[in-house]
Design a protein around this ligand. Structure first.
Ligand SMILES: CC(C)(COP(=O)(O)OP(=O)(O)OC[C@H]1O[C@@H](n2cnc3c(N)ncnc32)[C@H](O)[C@@H]1OP(=O)(O)O)[C@@H](O)C(=O)NCCC(=O)NCCS
Length: 197
């Protein structure tokens, strides 16, 4: 687990940590669903899907002290097994806009690279400028600016991809919490060759 501190409202300092979810799925299903409901207009997860992703996907948690305040959920791409797809990323509302999303994602990408994964993609609504900014800040580039349309609203989704080169420095940690110590790897470990198939 990597950890760092962030100062929040009223000057209170919180010990922040990033971890891959390893608990029994039933302990985290509610948390995943809660954060998702605070994040998106429509629910992403049923309890079944949340549990299935906790068991078969990869779920990373951002904690402030003991409380989970952010989640990133990943599945492997079927056609490109060395690529992961980020299905959702969410930070609880009161914690947004403080640089935590960028730091969380950088730490998660570093861990994915260390596992041997080569790239990460995400689909995001083209109106979600904040999320696109966060993704581009940590190294994602637009791979397809019209990757999918919402069949009801016509909303355009952009696909972004981040190459997880071994040894590629993930750019410096976020400036807005520069005044607090940030521990943990910011360089990807050399990635072992990934066995496809
Ligand atoms: C997207 C999300 C995870 C980002 O986390 P965060 O902690 O709020 O993000 P950060 O504070 O690290 O960074 C926000 C960046 O967006 C920028 N930003 C904020 N509003 C913006 C806007 N309307 N347009 C462009 N950029 C914007 C900020 O300036 C900052 O970039 P900078 O550091 O280069 O200046 C979080 O806001 C969230 O949970 N949003 C709701 C769910 C969501 O949209 N998830 C992504 C789709 S899966």
């Amino acid at each position: 687990m990597s950890s760092f501190e962030a100062e929040s409202f009223g000057g209170q300092r919180y010990a922040m940590s990033v971890e891959e979810a390893r608990q029994r799925p039933e302990d985290l299903v509610r948390t995943l669903i809660d954060i998702d409901l605070q994040t998106f207009a429509e629910p992403t997860f049923s309890p079944y899907l949340a549990a299935a992703l906790l068991v078969h996907g990869a779920v990373y948690l951002l904690r402030a002290q003991d409380a989970v305040i952010g989640t990133c959920v990943f599945a492997r791409d079927w056609e490109r097994p060395s690529e992961v797809v980020m299905l959702t990323m969410g930070i609880r509302p009161g914690w947004r806009g403080r640089g935590l999303g960028q730091d969380f994602l950088r730490q998660v990408l570093t861990r994915l690279a260390a596992k041997g994964l080569r790239s990460c993609t995400v689909l995001v609504g083209d109106v979600n400028k904040r999320a696109i900014r966060v993704y581009q800040d940590v190294g994602f580039e637009i791979a397809d600016d019209d990757a999918m349309r919402d069949p009801r609203s016509g909303e355009r989704y952009v696909r972004l991809r981040c190459v997880l080169n071994s040894g590629t420095p993930l750019t410096a940690l976020n400036s807005r919490i520069r005044d607090v110590p940030v521990a943990g790897p910011i360089y990807a470990d050399p990635a072992p060759d990934f066995e496809q198939g």
